[in-house]
Design a protein around this ligand. Structure first.
Ligand code: DGY
Length: 323
C-alpha cells in the first residue's frame, strides 16, 4: 500500500501527478489557507504533508500520529511549528534555490515603482487628469547610482544586489553573519553595522526571515534613523516591520516611501497605509510567476518523495530531527 499524503492546496498538476506516482494523494481543493481544525482532520492518517502558506500548529501535528515528513512549497517556514516537528523527529523541507530571482525581481519592481511613482502616474492617466506635458509633473527619485542597503544578505538579498549593480548602485549590507570575501567582491558589497545601513541607505530592502528575534526589526527607532528621502522595500515577512510605525513615518514623510509585498496580519493591511500615495502595495506575490510556482511545487513534491523514501534532501530546515 502506498503511504498517504495530504496537500493543503491544489498545486500544479505535474507536482500532484509526481506525488501520485509514489503516494495515495488527497488535496484541499481550494487555493486558500486551511483552518487548523480541518487540517488536523485531514492529517489523521497521513505520513506526509505538503503545505503552502497554511499554518501547521502543534495541535495539527498532535492529530497526525503517523506523520513522518512535512514539505513546504515556500522558502519561508514561519507558518510551521518547527520545534514541535523536531520534537516528534519530523523533518521539514523548504524550497531553496528556485524562487530567489523571482522574488528579487518583485523587490526591484517595488523599488522602481515607488521611486518613480509608477502607480501614481498610472492612476493619473486613467483618471483623465493628464492635460499637458508639464516640467513639474510627478517628479520622482533617481534609482541609479543611489545606495542600496540590504538587511539580510542571503540568496534573495544577493539577487537584489545583483540587480542593484545593474543600476550602478552602491551596495551596503547588514546581516547576522558577514558573507565570504568572494561574495562581497562579486557584488561590490560593503558590510556595515545595522545603524550605518539604516542611516546611509537610499533604498533599504529587507531580506530576513521572521523569527522571535526579527519581529519589528524595523520600528519607530529604525525608521527615525533613515533618511527622509529613503524608501523601505519589504518582500520578506510583514512582521519584521512595525506597521503602525511605518504608516506614521510615511504619513509624516520622515521617510520617502515604501514598497510592500508582505504585511503583519495578511490579508489585512493597516488602514493608514491604504490611503497613502507614497507606498506601493502588493498581495504577497513575490514568487508568483507561472515558472517559479511550478518549480516550487515540483521541488516540494520531490522533497517529500526523498523524505518518505528515507533519504535526506538538501532542503531540510531542522536537521536535528534526523540526526
Ligand atoms: C515564500 O516562499 O516564503 C513566499 O513568501 C511564499 O510564501
Amino acid at each position: 500500500m502506498k503511504p498517504k499524503v495530504f496537500v493543503t492546496r491544489p498545486l500544479p498538476s505535474p507536482a500532484l501527478d509526481l506525488l501520485a506516482e509514489h503516494f495515495e494523494v488527497a488535496f484541499h481543493p481550494m487555493d486558500l489557507p486551511m483552518a487548523p481544525e480541518p487540517l488536523a482532520e485531514a492529517c489523521r492518517q497521513i505520513e506526509g504533508l505538503v503545505v503552502a502558506g497554511t499554518r501547521v500548529t502543534a495541535e495539527v501535528l498532535n492529530s497526525a500520529a503517523k506523520l513522518r515528513a512535512v514539505s513546504t512549497a515556500s522558502v519561508g517556514y514561519d507558518n510551521i511549528d518547527i520545534a514541535a516537528c523536531t520534537a516528534r523527529r519530523i523533518p521539514v523541507t523548504n524550497t531553496v534555490g528556485v524562487l530567489e530571482d523571482t522574488t528579487a525581481d518583485l523587490a526591484f519592481a517595488l523599488l522602481l515603482a515607488v521611486a518613480r511613482r509608477v502607480v501614481e502616474g498610472d492612476r493619473f492617466v486613467r483618471d483623465g487628469l493628464w492635460r499637458e506635458w508639464q516640467w513639474g509633473l510627478l517628479h520622482a527619485s533617481d534609482v541609479h547610482h543611489k545606495t542600496l542597503g540590504l538587511y539580510g544578505f542571503g540568496r534573495i538579498g544577493q539577487a537584489v544586489a545583483r540587480r542593484g549593480r545593474g543600476f550602478a548602485m552602491r551596495i551596503l549590507y547588514y546581516a547576522r553573519h558577514r558573507v565570504a570575501e568572494a561574495i562581497e567582491r562579486e557584488f561590490e558589497a560593503q558590510y556595515v553595522d545595522r545603524e550605518t545601513l539604516l542611516r546611509q541607505s537610499d533604498f533599504l530592502s529587507l531580506h530576513i526571515p521572521k523569527t522571535p528575534e526579527t519581529v519589528h526589526a524595523i520600528g519607530a527607532r529604525e525608521l527615525g534613523l533613515m533618511k527622509p528621502s529613503a524608501f523601505l522595500i519589504n518582500t520578506a515577512r510583514g512582521a519584521v516591520v512595525d506597521e503602525p510605525a511605518l504608516a506614521h513615518a510615511l504619513k509624516a514623510k520622515t521617510i520617502g516611501g515604501a514598497g510592500l509585498d508582505v504585511f503583519e496580519q495578511e490579508p489585512v493591511v493597516h488602514p493608514a497605509l491604504i490611503d497613502l500615495s507614497n507606498v506601493v502595495l502588493m498581495p504577497h506575490v513575490g514568487s508568483a510567476t507561472d515558472e517559479t510556482r511550478l518549480k516550487m511545487a515540483m521541488r516540494a513534491a520531490e522533497n517529500l518523495i526523498e523524505l518518505l523514501g528515507g533519504r535526506r534532501p538538501a532542503d531540510i530546515v531542522n536537521p536535528e530531527a534526523v540526526a
